[in-house]
Design a protein around this ligand. Structure first.
Ligand code: SF4
Ligand code: SF4
Length: 79
């Protein structure tokens, strides 16, 4: 599942597009501030765009199989 950008927070800095290893965001279109999710199926949920967005404007929706594979251990122990 592709990243979701909060348009109210995004400043249009394009950091996400610059660091994405799979070019999910594509090239910048003239006059469009918020990056387009041009290739949503290419996202492999590495979380780099979420961590590097200076405006904390991106969140990821993880597919269920991925959620089952990567569980936050502290969340379980606090449980
Ligand atoms: S890194 Fe964050 S603020 Fe910058 S363009 Fe991407 S979503 Fe917008
Ligand atoms: S999670 Fe990784 S692969 Fe997916 S859009 Fe962000 S940087 Fe690109």
């Amino acid at each position: 599942m592709p990243p979701v950008i909060d348009k109210t927070k995004c400043t249009g800095c394009r950091t996400c597009a610059a660091i994405c290893p799979l070019d999910v965001f594509g090239r910048q279109s003239a006059g469009i501030r918020v990056p387009e999710i041009r290739y949503p199926d290419e996202c492999w949920h590495c979380n780099a765009c979420v961590l590097d967005c200076p405006a904390q404007a991106i969140r990821l929706r993880f597919p269920v199989p991925t959620m089952l594979l990567y569980t936050d251990a502290p969340a379980i122990s606090d449980g």
